[in-house]
Each structure stands twice: as C-alpha cells, then as structure tokens.
Design a protein. Sequence first.
Length: 432
Amino acid sequence: MLDIQFIRDNQDLIVLKSLQKGYKIDVKELTGCDEKIRKLLGEIEQVRAERNRLSENSKGAKPSEEDIEKGKNLRNRISELETELDPLVKKFDELIKKIPNISLDDVPVGESEADNQVAKTVGEPTKLDFEPKSHGRLGEERGFIDKERAAKVSGARFAYVKGNLVLLQFAIIQFVISVLTDPDILKTIIQDNNLEISDKPFTPILPPALVRTDAYEASARLNAAEMTYKLENDDLWLNASAEHTLCNMYMDEILPESSLPLRYIGFSTSFRREAGTYGKDTEGLLRMHQFDKLEMEVFSDQQTGLNEHKFLIAIQEYLMKKLDLPYHVLMKCTADIGKPNARGVDIEAWFPSENKYRETHTADYMTDYQARRLKTRYKTADGQTKLVHTNDATAFALGRTMATIMENYQTKDGRVKIPEVLRKFMFNMDEI
RNA sequence: GGAGAGGUGGCCGAGUUGGUUUAAGGCGCACGCUUGGAAAGCGUGUUGAGCCGCAAGGUUCUCGCAGGUUCAAAUCCUGUCCUCUCCGCCA
C-alpha cells in the first residue's frame, strides 16, 4: 500500500502510473473519503477529550448523578459518530489497497507482457546436431518423470520425479547455497556490477509452507482465485512461493538499522492452482500444481533497496552462467510487473525443443509498498522509524531449471550431461 | 484431541472485589549535573500510530487481537490468536 500523504500530494501521478499498470483509479474518491474521515475523527476526538476530562475530574471517586448523565450523553454521541466513521474507514481501506505501487522511471510502459523489453541476451541458443527432445518426453523415456501415475493419484499437473533427476535437484540446491553463503563470491558479484552494498551472505531458511489469511493479505501477495490453494477447515493457505512466508516474517517489527540488510535463501515446495491455464504447458515440468523453489528474500534500508534488487538479478545471472545455460533478461513493462512492484525483471532460459526462451526467474522490487501494510520497519541511528524496502527473486525454480538443463544438455542417445559445477554435488556423475 | 496456566512499555515485573494507575518499581539506553577522568550519586527523557498546527504545542488511540457491558475497563463478559505445563496421538 502507498502512503496516504504521498497520495494526497501526487494525485495526478497516481492516476497516470496506475493507468500504466492497467488500473483505473478514482483517486478523488479516496482523497474525498480521507477528508471525511479526518473531519469526523476530529469531532470524535473532541468529544472523547471532553469525556476524558470528566473522568479526570472525578479523581477516583464516584461522580455525581449530573456527571453520570453527562457521561452517558457523551458516550452516545461518540458511538453515533463512530457508527458514521466505520463504513468510511472500511471504504478507505478498500480503496487504498486498490492503488498499485508506483513504477520506477526505467520501467518500460506497456499494455501487456508483449511489451516487455529484452535487456540483454547471454549465450547462443544451443545448437544440437540432432532433433532435440522435449524435457518431458526425455524424462518419461528415461523414467525420470512419471506423470501418468501421478495423475491417477493426484490429478493433472503432478508428477513423480525419480532416480538421478532427483539427485540433480538436490545438487542444484547445494550449488545455490554454496554460492549464496560465500562472501567471497558475493563480493566478486558486487564488484563486477558496481553495486555499493554489503557483502553479507545469505542465511539458508526453510519457511512454513502454510500461511494465515491476515499475514498473507498484509503481504499484498494474496491472489486467491487463480493462484492459491485454501485449506477449507483452517484459516490457512498453501504457499505459492517461499516468498509468501518470508516477506512477512518481520511483520509488526522494528528492526535495528545495523541488522540490515537481512538476506535469506529459502527453500520451499510451492503450490499453485493454475486455474485458467487448462491445456497450456501440459507436458513436462513447466507448469505444475506443486514444485520446489529456491527463493531469495532481502529486507534492506531505503537507500540500498534498488541496489539489492540489481544484486539479486546479478546473482541470478551468475548462477545461470555457471550452469552455462543460454538466457535473456527481460525488463518487465508496467502492465506485467505486478501491483506491489516498483520494478520487475524476468530471466528466460533457452528451450531447444520449443526453439524459444521460457520464463525461469523473476526478481521483484517492492520499495516500501509491501512493508507499509506489514509494518516492517527499522530504526535509524538517529532514532527515526522508517519502512524497510523488500526484494524477492527466484534463485532457481527447480522444475523449470531441471527442464532447461535436460533440454540444453541432452545427448543424441537421450541422456543428459551434467553441468560441470553440479557434478561434485552428485557423486561426480557427468551424465544421467 | 483432553485438562490447566498465562499474554502488560526495549527487557524484567506490579496491578485482575472496575474509579488518586492518563500503568508502580527495577534493569537497560540517551542526555545533563557532579568529577582531573571514571564509577557511584542526582536530575530529565525513553512503545508505537494518527489528526490539527508554520512552529511552539494541542489532541486521540495503543496493556495479544476483535467485539460487548459501564458515566468509567489492563481489570468484568464473549469470541479469537499465540505461548507454556501435563495427558493422548504422531514423523
């Protein structure tokens, strides 16, 4: 959510920036509501002050009949005004939640994901001297992926992942953690990208996979209908990303400035309903109801928030380069970055069987938009309380990463070579 | 799942027959006095959020959270979340 003071002062900007994201905002309705609330609140406070004076006068003793009568009147007046106030506050909350975050100036303006811009391309699309197989077919032929039996047990978009492909997943996890916990590697990445930020390593973290409605809503990530599973008997939702239980872990807290940045590398199984995607990506591991993911989450001060965002992207690229996978980086346009984002970047990896790039990573920078409702703040050295800036970014979505490795590293006889850096994490196998 | 206890300010902790508590006392922290310097001592300040105001300042809310009763709620009632102890179950 945005700061109401900022909204009052920048109404035209809000309307314009919202429109660029595809949100038609009636900002006058919000500010009008805000004015009414403030006026009414002023009245209520006056009556309350009167009541407080009354009980102060009685100084512990029982007040006179006359004062009791006065008190009764004041109470009735207060509850009258409050009855008037309640619906206004509800409306205000609804309206202010509708306003998306303001995109940064370097975010391309666009109407759909078709307007995303390729910022850079790294590596050449893999050339194979044979007809490439899709990772789905390859995986089934080799017994790595069994979706038919999974469908019998759990339905479409589930899989049994088996054998050496499982070793590959665990190897990727080990590899990522070995990079993100190594200050020397991080220092190099920071220097190579001219970022002036801390080289503090990431803390590995296993977050809860279930999240309560209030914490989920406060994170501005609850996208109920199309995305998230709700547990009927409890006030709980299934994680659609580790980020959904990482971003809110410091909800209602004030952190010392010296503790920032807080950097986490989380692992979690993610669950998505994928409603409205019937018939799309039905083969292989690209679009599953359940998949494992390594996600980076950073809480920082306001000055370094943008650099942390760039840092996370640099890490994503470092990891992709180490796996020697061809990819390109997309600057997502205003329509595609999402409501809480100020800036968003996708990485798409090359898929030889489809002869195109497919999304494997996202990096989201929320400025203080997410922290405002979460009330995650920090105290500066000179005693000011400020909202943290939050960043999240995929390290690797494991299903999609294995898919692109399988496709780019496949051999003519239907096997898969293992990227050099992963071998030591899988018993030195060079092929599966 | 059953039984019980409890959630108070940065921390500890008092207050629960409703009214000198607009939260005692202590610790910590900050500033000042004192000192050659320090400690001790003394003094002042120290949750967070909003509104009005150029400012000085004023004002409201905040004792897990949400309702309710009352002239008046940390205190009583209801719901809810969380923590702890014991039992049961469980990887």
